[in-house]
Design a protein around this ligand. Structure first.
Ligand SMILES: Nc1ncnc2c1ncn2[C@@H]1O[C@H](COP(=O)(O)OP(=O)(O)OP(=O)(O)O)[C@@H](O)[C@H]1O
Ligand SMILES: Nc1nc2c(ncn2[C@@H]2O[C@H](COP(=O)(O)O)[C@@H](O)[C@H]2O)c(=O)[nH]1
Length: 444
């Protein structure tokens, strides 16, 4: 079904809330179908049909630009920032004075993009979808009037906009696993990561201890010099750190962010001092203490692992006594698990984390590569965006239509915007329900 009437065209443009100046011509095959069935006012009524956009925008447009009107201002988002060349640029046109403003741009800017699409959300934030990008680099929020932006406008005395990277996946609380050396923390974590590779990500700590034979830098630890690590601690790069068995160990803020950016749940393997620091931090986590069935068994495991000298083993065992005391009695931990039989302990760990065999991460349904359809890339309905794209690797539907659900969106500048969910939909079946409003259902 196609529809090209002027009223419908206006409504579609309004709904999109933007003008892609280059690709302004739409075929309304799918949008038309949705819009006709919507029966409700779109969240954003644009007063900015192409004809209404002041000439300045047109004349200033350099190819891949998108203009969005918010109140008395038009935000022009340029796929290539003509100053930096490597990022997406933003300029503002004041509609009344017809003057161009170069705002102060806060946050990490998205990399330049050959084509993109933009949609206004809640009058204070623009969602920019980058074409031909991985799903982790695809969604960016340009905050134009949020409290964060307003606050900085006051202090900086200038027009401000702020970028916040959108992260797919409803990332759950990180998991802190502690316990004495040799109890089996690493073994349990490896099992989890093996069984649920797309769900969990390991927080790679920094340490000043020397690597063991099979340990790789950047995978098991970031092996580092004490001087460097001490300086980085001073610079505030660490969420927590502690002196453990004579060496410095620490979790950098980045180590946890990287996992969350990948849409995975972060697992931290840290000692009890570190767990206490994390508890006192802003990171809301689940704390699990692993205890050995007996001290003798702990010693047996440490010796059997054969990774430490006798002197180091003695030191670790001495520290283990104190750790066991603190772990069991401090009230710091939400769960205490005895690692006697490995399989039994692993099953208990999974039940604490509410895991079943074959459970997939919501992320498994995301397209690997998001490539926007130029003709009708993005439209918005309530808290859902319909994205028409080419999904190179996961061809879950023949039409490549995806829904991006923003209803659980949280965070924002200066940090990431999290809680985005994306799934494939079939526009021919997942559309209208009884009250004539669009409802979307998962097709995967
Ligand atoms: N339930 C178990 N029964 C017997 N051996 C076990 C069990 N769990 C782990 N092990 C073994 O105990 C040794 C120590 O385990 P692991 O390295 O996982 O301990 P860890 O708590 O991570 O130690 P560290 O804190 O020093 O890194 C390993 O050789 C491992 O194979
Ligand atoms: N406080 C922190 N403790 C950490 C961190 N990374 C590891 N650890 C703990 O150190 C001991 C010894 O580990 P090993 O690899 O040398 O055997 C162990 O209890 C780990 O849990 C960290 O970032 N912070």
């Amino acid at each position: 079904m196609g529809y090209e009437g002027p009223l419908q065209k206006k409504k579609i443009n309004s709904l999109l809330g933007c003008h892609n100046l280059r690709f302004i011509r739409f075929k309304y095959l799918i949008e038309g179908l949705f819009l006709i069935s919507m029966g409700e006012a779109p969240a954003f009524f644009a007063d900015n049909l192409l004809g209404d956009i002041p000439k300045e925008v047109d004349s200033k447009s350099k190819g891949n630009e998108t203009a969005i009107t918010v109140g008395s201002k038009i935000y022009v988002i340029d796929g290539v920032d003509h100053e930096s060349g490597s990022t997406i640029g933003v300029r503002i046109l004041d509609k009344s004075s017809r003057e161009w403003i170069n705002p102060i741009v806060l946050g990490t800017k998205p990399k330049s993009s050959k084509h993109h699409s933009a949609v206004l959300l809640n009058d204070d934030c623009v969602l920019v979808v980058r074409g031909n990008s991985t799903s982790s680099e695809c969604f960016w929020f340009l905050e134009v009037g949020t409290p964060f932006v307003r606050e900085h406008e006051k202090t900086l005395g200038n027009e401000v906009v702020a970028w916040s990277k959108g992260v797919l996946g409803n990332v759950e609380k990180p998991i802190v696993i502690s316990g004495p050396s040799g109890v089996g923390k690493g073994t349990l974590i490896s099992e989890l990561m093996k069984e649920f590779p797309s769900m969990f990500g390991f927080s790679v700590s920094h340490t000043t201890r020397a690597p063991r034979e099979k340990e790789q830098d950047g995978i098991h630890y970031h092996f580092t010099d004490r001087n460097v690590m001490e300086r980085e601690i001073k610079d505030g790069k660490f969420l927590e750190f502690a002196s453990v068995h004579g060496n410095l160990y620490g979790t950098s803020v980045e180590a946890v962010e990287v996992v969350a950016d990948a849409g995975k749940r972060c697992i931290l393997d840290i000692d009890v001092q570190g767990a206490r620091s994390v508890r006192a931090s802003a990171l809301d986590a689940i704390f699990i203490f692993i205890s050995p069935p007996s001290f003798e068994e702990l010693e047996k495991r440490l010796r059997a692992r054969a990774t430490e000298t006798e002197e180091q083993i003695q030191k670790r065992l001495r520290n283990a006594r104190a750790e066991l005391e603190q772990g069991k009695s401090s009230g710091l931990f939400d769960h205490i698990l005895v690692n006697d039989d490995l399989e039994t302990c692993y099953e208990k760990l999974k039940s604490i984390l509410c895991l079943r065999e074959g459970v997939k991460s919501a992320r498994d349904t995301f397209p690997e590569l998001v490539d926007l359809s130029i003709e009708h890339p993005v439209s918005k309905i309530d808290q859902k965006l319909l994205i028409n794209c080419t999904a190179a690797e996961h061809e879950t539907t023949s039409n490549n239509m995806y829904a991006l659900d923003l209803s659980l969106r949280k965070g924002g500048a200066p940090g990431r915007t999290r809680g985005l969910n994306m799934y494939a939909i079939n526009p021919l079946t997942d559309d209208v329900n009884g009250d004539n409003r669009l409802s979307l259902h998962h097709t995967s």
